[in-house]
Design a protein around this ligand. Structure first.
Ligand code: FEO
Length: 166
């Protein structure tokens, strides 16, 4: 195999991102299980779909490393909780997680720019944009939850909101 075409620093960061993406998937699979247990059928389906997408984001990073003649290091994903006080806590956890992932990509993009690695910088711009969208999705779900308010139909109405994202 030819030499890896990206710096050691970026390789480490991209490998860490693979772990983050797979951890995101685990987090959303666990949230899906929680939603199912709460009777939110469409919410469970939506979070499984998002978890599948996160797996795809991880695979895309592995492919990129391969395209640049570099080996991907697959670390274990962090274990994820399926226990939440309520839907609000779960949605806030999802929002905070996506902000964390987003900051990771912004940081790596800056490293790529500082190294004049424009190939990696352009590759990462897809992730930066994707993260922006994911943060918006969680923010909108939290807004919907708050706008519905503390009424008996709250969970039923939130499941309708989840359905609208499928
Ligand atoms: Fe693909 Fe939400 O990170």
């Amino acid at each position: 195999m030819k030499n890896c075409l990206i710096s050691n620093k970026l390789q480490i960061s991209l490998n860490k991102s693979i772990q983050m993406e797979f951890s995101s998937a685990m987090i959303y699979y666990a949230m899906s299980s929680y939603l199912r247990s709460e009777g939110l059928k469409h919410g469970a389906e939506l979070f499984t779909k998002w978890a599948d997408e996160e797996m795809g984001h991880g695979k895309k990073l592995i492919e990129y490393l391969d395209d640049r003649n570099c080996l991907a290091k697959i670390e274990g994903a962090d274990s994820a909780t399926n226990s939440f006080k309520n839907l609000e806590e779960m949605l806030n956890a999802g929002y905070e997680h996506e902000v964390l992932v987003s900051n990771n990509y912004i940081k790596i993009s800056s490293i790529a720019l500082s190294e004049d690695d424009n190939t990696t910088f352009h590759f990462l711009s897809w992730y930066v944009n994707e993260q922006k969208e994911e943060i918006v999705k969680f923010r909108d779900l939290i807004d919907a939850y708050n706008n519905i308010g503390d009424i008996p139909e709250r969970k039923y109405l939130m499941d309708k909101v989840f359905k609208s994202y499928l």
